[in-house]
Design a protein around this ligand. Structure first.
Ligand SMILES: O=P(O)(O)OC[C@H]1O[C@](O)(COP(=O)(O)O)[C@@H](O)[C@@H]1O
Ligand SMILES: [Mg+2]
Ligand SMILES: [Mg+2]
Length: 320
């Protein structure tokens, strides 16, 4: 079976990007081991601190962040990094050619219940003469690579370098990621949706009507029944969408007027949008294609509607 390293070297990917992606994969292997250890590895529970977004940091959020930060800082190709758990951009090597944004641990509320969590990476090109946060202010369209590792019953790595979406599984026998799908395809149609319905009363009218029509099923204008899933880890929900199709939504809500959106553009929405688009799906906010958004802040949040092309298009109709 082809390893990640073999795949990267035989598919015309820039040699430096290959090296960076191998470093990201190494991070995934190490975090995967910590996740597997659970309480025995001392990684469960919360810390005393909050991140810049006012969220209590779990121990594993901090451990995963420190591990990735150390590995990336030691990689001369990395110019700077931005993380969910870092208030500011961290400068690394001024002549490095890559900017890396990451969510060290996605699905933090799942850690202590032994449910799905993952790590998400987005790689942008460094910009000559532009430093700090300003360098990261590029639309997702500029991403050189997007990748996540999902720590589930198997550890899985999904990757796109702009030429389709590819899936690997970690082989526990030799610690290598092995190719399992070289052309991930999201079916255009689906009968499965994912949204946190506890926020229903806070959604905007467009999302209210769209979900109401899904719930009426066969008896309503959609004339078919829909199933629902919610993993509470975007990485798990997107993995399901890449595996069998579906529509995943985290729309705008008015629960907390100071925070109308939940998911972060730079290290959640953009990389997932690239992986989904490269597999034939669509990723939008409802009003704008995610990867076309011009960022203004590394921790900026956006609405996310992604997945099976025809179903996302149907949902977007409600937003017109
Ligand atoms: O708490 P909710 O509303 O179920 O939200 C779940 C969403 O929040 C997130 O967990 C946010 O990510 P973090 O765990 O990295 O903060 C997403 O992965 C997930 O889709
Ligand atoms: Mg996250
Ligand atoms: Mg996180």
């Amino acid at each position: 079976m082809q390893t990640l390293t073999d795949f990267l070297s035989s598919n015309g990917i820039d040699a430096d990007l290959q090296q960076l992606l191998s470093t990201l994969a190494e991070c995934g292997v190490e975090i995967s081991e910590l996740v597997r250890g659970g309480a025995l590895a001392g990684v469960l529970g919360a810390t005393e601190s909050e991140n810049v977004q006012g969220e209590t940091q779990k121990k594993l959020d901090v451990i995963a962040n420190d591990l990735i930060k150390a590995k990336l800082a030691a990689q001369p190709l990395v110019n700077a990094l931005a993380s969910e758990e870092e208030d500011y951009v961290v400068a690394c090597h001024s002549d490095g050619k890559f900017l890396v944004s990451f969510d060290p641990l996605d699905g933090s509320s799942n850690i202590d219940i032994n449910s799905l969590v993952g790590t998400i990476f987005s790689v942008l090109p460094a910009q000559n003469g532009i430093e700090g946060e300003a360098a990261f202010m590029q639309p997702g369209r500029n991403q050189l690579a997007a990748c996540y590792m999902l720590y589930g019953p198997a550890t899985v790595l999904a990757l796109s370098t702009g030429n389709g979406t590819i899936m690997f599984t970690l082989d526990p026998r030799d610690g290598q990621f092995k190719l399992v799908d070289e052309a991930v395809t999201v079916p255009a149609d689906t009968a499965e949706f994912a949204i946190n319905t506890s926020n229903q009363r806070f959604w905007q009218p467009a999302m209210q009507s769209y979900i109401a029509d899904l719930l009426v099923g066969k008896e309503g204008k959609r004339e078919k029944n829909f199933n629902m899933r919610w993993i509470a880890a975007m990485v798990g929900d997107v993995h399901r969408v890449l595996s069998r199709g579906g529509i995943f939504m985290y729309p705008q809500d008015s629960k907390n007027v100071a925070k109308p959106f939940k998911l972060r553009l730079m290290y959640e929405a953009n990389p997932m949008a690239m992986l989904v688009e490269q597999a034939g799906g669509i990723a939008s906010t409802g009003y704008e294609t995610i990867m076309d958004i011009q960022p203004t802040d590394i921790h900026q949040r956006v609405a996310v509607i992604l997945g099976s092309a025809n179903e996302v298009e149907t949902c977007l109709e409600y937003h017109k």
